[in-house]
Design a protein around this ligand. Structure first.
Ligand code: FES
Length: 110
């Protein structure tokens, strides 16, 4: 799989109101993806063919945690992260939906 595949410009245009743009780093590889705002962040990543860590997909286990480096998301539920974790920018991708049009996340550094 080519994780470095560049998206066409129109695919990452946040003016397409139904989509946000994700820049994610996983295992040292940085990729840009389009994120359908109706789906959780993890689903957008998995649909792009990226093997992001996950398990319960319900906000219960913490396997999908990563650091939000830029942008803003809302967690639909959270039974794992403390207020201190949230203040550090940690999020659960399986229950995250976008607020901002651009989001930068990192699985490697938290
Ligand atoms: S996969 Fe379990 S909390 Fe996200």
């Amino acid at each position: 799989m080519d994780f470095n595949k560049e998206l066409k410009t129109d695919e990452t245009d946040p003016k397409q109101k139904d989509f946000a743009v994700i820049t994610l780093t996983l295992k040292g590889i940085t990729t840009r993806l389009r994120w359908d705002k109706q789906m959780p962040l993890l689903d957008a990543i998995l649909n792009a063919g990226i093997a992001a860590p996950h398990s319960c997909c319900r906000g219960n286990c913490g396997t999908c945690v990563c650091k939000l480096e830029e942008g803003e998301v809302r967690l639909k539920r959270n039974f794992v992260l403390s207020e201190a974790h949230l203040q550090q920018g940690l999020i659960l991708t399986c229950v995250a939906v976008p607020i901002s049009d651009f989001v930068k996340i990192n699985y490697d550094e938290f």
